[in-house]
Design a protein around this ligand. Sequence first.
Ligand code: GN1
Ligand code: MG
Length: 363
Amino acid sequence: MDLSEIGNRIARHFVDEDGHLSVEPLGEGLINDTFLVVAEPPGGGRFVLQRINRRVFPEPRLIMENLRVLLSHITERQAGTDAVRDLRFPEIRPTRAGLSFWVDDEGDFWRALSFIPDTRSQNTLQDSAQAEEVGYVLGRFHALTSDLDACLLHDTLPGFHIAPRYLARFDRVVANGVGASENAELRFALDFVNARRSVFAVLEEAKLPLRVIHGDPKLNNVLFDAQSGRAASLIDLDTVKPGLVHYDLGDCLRSCCNRSGEAADDSAKVTFDLDVCRAILRTYFAETGAFLTDIERYYLYDAIRLLPLELGLRFLTDHLEGDRYFKVEQPGQNLQRALVQFRLAESVEAQEKFIRNVIDERP
Ligand code: GN1
Ligand code: MG
């Protein structure tokens, strides 16, 4: 049975009536399996069905608990504010039995979320107006959650974004003899990491405040309103947890400022777009200026350099380990993804002075 058929069978547990369901793959996530389910009347409606990758998320239950805490906090915070700019977030769609997930015969966790209509997502930015919307939505997310006690959230993915741990894992893989190769691209990637070993611990050693973070605010997790083009939502809330805002900003900028996209064919052409960075930071700071401290601001450059390096290292390690974490369509794809991130990190390094100036521009 293929995955869509399995999805179709599972989707039934999330609808009350026995009408026809169409189930199609949705999005480009590299971890979970995601489907759009369209239920014909009498049940009616559209929703998003996901199988949580248990190899990545050891306790999927915690994801749903976090989601409840987060959504109720945000709903409360948005009540009474300027509703025109309210962000929309997916709601949990329970099973027929009223549970927040369905566990199948294999022990896999499935959950359903409401579909946010009249929006679209993108893999590359079109213009600086969109960049401003991205900065707004991430800043607004941090502002809305700035008074949510981070201790109320579980760590759904222990070690996520703790860069020295990725380096330690890489070292273990390489120490096992994996990666010794004449392949020039692989050699370049291994040397690239080794030349930057001291960079990986910078954020962890900086004693920065723990806040509520999104964890994965890359461009295609921003939904834009289909009519107005304004940011309407920040989706993919599975990695929301206590962390450093630096992970979020670094991740958002490595995704948006790479105008060639994460899947660029020619990594040599990948650069970090300073204008996009400026536009995102301007609107981000406008939303977060009230609580972001000078020390947090000081370390933003380090985050902008670290996050592409970190993701590149994660792709590279997964390539060396046989593509067990990130989905691939063909062998070598995780190495190509790593090269894209390393070229991006190189472009960040080359523009350090300018990026620091942009960070220092006050809104
Ligand atoms: C993964 O599955 P997806 O595409 O939402 C990864 C992110 C990476 C991203 C790169 C839990 O996110 O950290 O930045 O791929 N998520 C996890 O595309 O590892
Ligand atoms: Mg994700």
